[in-house]
Design a protein around this ligand. Sequence first.
Ligand SMILES: Cc1cc2nc3c(=O)[nH]c(=O)nc-3n(C[C@H](O)[C@H](O)[C@H](O)COP(=O)(O)OP(=O)(O)OC[C@H]3O[C@@H](n4cnc5c(N)ncnc54)[C@H](O)[C@@H]3O)c2cc1C
Length: 476
Amino acid sequence: MNRPDFSSEDVAVVSGQGAPVWEDAATRNPAQSPAPELLTANRQSWGRYPSVAHAGVAELSRRQPLPDLAALGPSLLPHGLGRSYGDSCLNEGGVLLDTTSLNRFIAFDATTGLLRCESGVSLAQILDLGVPRGWFLPTTPGTKFVTVGGAIANDIHGKNHHVAGAFGRHVTCFELLRSDGQRYLCSPNENVDLYRATIGGMGLTGLILWAEVQLRPISGPYVDMESIRFGSLAEFFEVSEESDRACEYTMAWIDCMAAGAQVGRGLFMRGNHAWQPRIPGRTGTPRRLLSLPIDLPNWVLNGASVRAFNALHYHAQLLKRVRKTIPYDPFFYPLDSIGDWNKMYGRRGFLQHQCVLPRETALQSLRSILETGAKSGEGSFLAVLKTFGDVKSPGLMSFPRPGVTLALDFAFKGEKTLRLLDRIDEIVVDHGGAVYPAKDARMSPKTFEASFPRWRDFAGFIDPNFSSSFWRRVTG
Ligand SMILES: Cc1cc2nc3c(=O)[nH]c(=O)nc-3n(C[C@H](O)[C@H](O)[C@H](O)COP(=O)(O)OP(=O)(O)OC[C@H]3O[C@@H](n4cnc5c(N)ncnc54)[C@H](O)[C@@H]3O)c2cc1C
């Protein structure tokens, strides 16, 4: 592919201020480095449920030598931008290792798209660097405010899973620091077991210091997209099959309150990177961020308002098909345009349930889940459906697997919300599916076991000083 010409800047290599600080400290015994002072400021996850207290937060700074992790406490967990919904990024009573100041690019080869950066670099930073130079993320979740460390630890997936697989496939190597001070270079050829355990390893195998990621080439910042209205689950699968053959990016929003023959109706979004480097009079740069200033009162989101929103959103598209060429930002990250949108669910927070279901029985299992949700009256604004392909990830604990994935958001209303989600888990497990840890705050050990039957193999790679609220909960 020819290099795009939309950036006149001919940057072969972008470097930070030299090598990462800890490269100088490579020969130093980390045990001699002072442990950073613990901050009392707490951290939350995106769903703001559960709310847990930590012993402290250690802000890892690139200006300081690597700390002696063991001296920070007996129970540690890396924490990126806290975009996981539940408790997989929390560690009640333990110490969080805040990585967001480890946010420096180390090297970028603009001819090959190979990027090396510290683990706290966000996907937003990578887009700012890469897009003007003709490079895009190999895959991206529905928000760009996640760190590279977080993307590896949950082996995140995007709208292009059917062609690109999950994030871990594009990570050529990383360095892992364990609490005994040992540092491991991990890649498909070196320390392979640790490489596989850390991809999707939920931060439990150690602290990723930096990683190398292969970006994918693009011609410009735009996406040719099409939105297609579909009237049922069966129609979703028809459109999806056709779209997965022709488009790199596919996903659907569904009206989770629709009933009868219309169960699963929605809007299918598909797209490809556009060829145009520039469109006269238009900017490809992200929109400004507005923020939700306060928590909405709990009563705003109820069965009736969710039903009305879903029906309006479905009917807002008058034509069966709408085609547009738009900047990448609104296509990939529509929710990022409203900062703190999680406050919409009120002070008690919310839960997301994301599962993957085998394709063979997906019509029945999806219908059953959607009907269960609709009957409960606890509808979801953000119901997303997408097929996963069979591109395998190197991660031992990766969530994506062939089938179809459904994500539903529910405001937390106490026991009745928890009971509803348990009921949905039962349907998922009965159909041979799995629940996604990055979104979870309440699945039972039984559901976890059914979702990740190889978790005991993984447990052998956990750093003895690392743990999380999620891990203790699901492994009893
Ligand atoms: C609006 C929205 C849309 C989303 N869409 C998707 C989607 O489409 N697909 C998808 O897969 N996910 C999606 N997510 C979830 C999100 O991508 C993941 O939870 C991601 O891991 C969050 O990264 P983070 O930097 O915020 O990390 P955190 O949430 O802070 O931590 C996530 C995990 O990474 C570990 N971790 C963080 N840094 C390191 C490090 N340096 N070394 C070792 N472990 C580390 C933590 O211990 C934790 O286990 C979405 C989230 C939101 C809020």
